[in-house]
Design a protein around this ligand. Structure first.
Ligand code: GAP
Length: 490
């Protein structure tokens, strides 16, 4: 795998992702998606939405506002507890995220370390500022929420850019569940922007200040916790690293869902949703062995969560969180009921009692981290061809078919073919440079098929279709072209 900085410059060169505000010196942790990146990102989000919402009867979607009431974040605990540990050099005033500094300096995991633990480690290991070798002052908590002023003058109020999409789901729980006439167990999903004032954004799209999430809050009856869908996935294997194994410095093991459930390694709903997440990634061409599930240790757990497992991916900078699936129990609905003085409980027809549904599993996936994984999985520096090939699944390729005239003289015919295909697929017409150069340009952005119009086309009404992965070429009649490509592009 190429280092992350090389990946960032490849993405910039190929019109996938650019550093944001670069014209004015840039802003750390903010990125803009270019003409090909935006297509990949939208395809990822569309595939997730289809799998998690449109293909299911038990899940509906919503789209909440980005700016939200301060009380939401007070109730959710984000204003009090959603913080990182900040350390500052007493000499050059360099400010760093404490856990990241420990991880980089000592090559150990510092997830969930408190401010005191971080300062103790810094003192014990005699760590100094990487810039000036000065010593660090006491560590302090730094809240990640972004406040925004709404309105003017004395009427102005402080609202917040949402720190996760999840809270909007909880605050609209009553409206959505009643309007969609949902019966437990059911889920509410949302995709969109989230904002965190990260102290040290790094690793390109991995840790950003503005990013997109795809989240699903899955609500169950606290007294009916069995997952009815286990049969669908019980033979699937997952790589699992429990908190206990981590304490013993052990490695992850490969285990079937059937055995995970039998050994009660994790909640049934956790196992089910992880299987679904892995299916999402493998359906987009990823290799299952690059993913594992890691359980959070007690001191790593977020303020709202009782148990949490991360789906991790092996990036060039180590195994890192791609998706968290937390057990939030009834924490959020209860908090919002108490703070808003509105009853968010549901009524149980059987027992005639009101209760708070539990969110046992909350699949929460970052779009940008997914994008990064998919580019890494697709990236192939093909020395034989002499160019990079992105072996993207056709589902996420930014361009599905490129159409070339062999020479400019054949433009009219090739435009005819292009116009025919563009009704059905995202297409690109390229008439400049040698055909070899044009193939290479398309390989580099992951276009699965290139169609070339040559002089024979004018007589036999056939074109040459070149497959990106095998480089094999086939002559296909123009009349059959759409059907041929549609079959291949699934
Ligand atoms: N609602 C639960 C929640 O937000 P999280 O683990 O804080 O949980 C979920 O975030 C996912 O959002 C992460 O697994 C990651 O994919 C993505 N994410 C979180 N912080 C991010 C950041 N600073 N930059 C990019 N993606 C981030």
């Amino acid at each position: 795998m190429i280092p992350i900085d090389e990946m960032a410059s490849f993405c910039k060169r190929k019109g996938l992702v650019y550093p944001s505000s670069e014209l004015y010196g840039g802003l750390a942790g903010l990125y803009d998606y270019g003409p090909y990146g935006v297509e990949v990102k939208r395809n990822i989000m569309q595939t997730w939405w289809k799998l998690h919402v449109q293909d299911r009867e038990d899940v509906v979607g919503m789209d909440g506002s980005i700016i939200s009431h301060g009380k939401i974040w007070e109730a959710s605990g984000h204003l009090a507890g959603f913080s990182d540990v900040l350390i500052e050099c007493s000499k050059c005033k360099n400010r760093l995220r404490g856990d990241a500094f420990i991880e980089e300096s000592l090559k150990i995991s510092a997830d969930g370390m408190s401010a005191k633990q971080i300062m103790d480690t810094i003192k014990e290991k005699k760590l100094s500022c990487p810039k000036c070798k000065g010593t660090f002052k006491d560590a302090e908590s730094f809240n990640l929420m972004f406040p925004v002023q709404l309105g003017a003058g004395k009427d102005a109020i402080t609202a917040y850019l949402r720190g996760e999409t999840a809270q909007l789901i909880f605050t609209q729980f009553r409206n959505v569940s009643e309007n969609a006439r949902l019966k437990l167990p059911f889920g509410i999903a949302q995709m969109g922007k989230a904002f965190r004032n990260e102290i040290s954004p790094r690793n390109f799209l991995f840790r950003m200040r503005e990013f997109d999430q795809m989240e699903l809050e899955y609500f169950i009856h606290p007294k009916k916790q069995d997952c009815p869908y286990l049969d669908e996935i019980s033979n699937m294997s997952l790589q699992v690293l429990s908190a206990e194994t981590q304490l013993k410095k052990g490695k992850h093991i490969s285990i079937t869902i059937k055995d995970i459930v039998k050994k009660k390694l994790m909640h049934q709903w956790h196992a089910y949703w992880f299987a679904k997440q892995l299916q999402f990634f493998t359906s987009l061409g990823c290799k299952a062995e690059r993913f594992r599930l890691r359980q959070h240790s007690k001191d790593e757990l977020a303020h709202y969560s009782k148990d949490c497992w991360d789906l991790e991916y092996e990036f060039p900078f180590g195994w890192k969180e791609l998706e968290g699936i937390a057990d939030r129990s009834d924490y959020d609905l209860k908090q919002h009921s108490e703070h808003s003085k509105q009853d968010l409980r549901v009524y149980d027809e059987e027992t005639k009692e009101k209760f708070y549904p539990f969110v046992i599993a909350e699949p929460s996936l970052g779009v940008d981290r997914t994008f990064l994984v998919l580019v890494y999985e697709a990236y192939d520096d093909d020395k034989q061809r002499g160019n990079i090939v992105l072996h993207f699944s056709p589902k996420i390729s930014p361009i599905k078919v490129a159409v070339f005239p062999l020479v400019k003289k054949l433009n009219e015919k090739s435009r005819e073919v292009f116009d025919l295909l563009k009704k059905e697929f995202t297409c690109f017409h390229d008439e400049t440079g040698s055909v070899g150069r044009r193939y290479a340009r398309m390989d580099e952005i992951g276009t699965p098929f290139c169609v070339t119009i040559d002089f024979d086309t004018l007589n036999d009404k056939k074109v040459t279709v070149r497959d990106r992965d095998s480089t094999k070429q086939e002559r296909i009649g123009i009349a059959d072209l759409s059907t041929y490509l549609a079959k291949k592009l699934v």
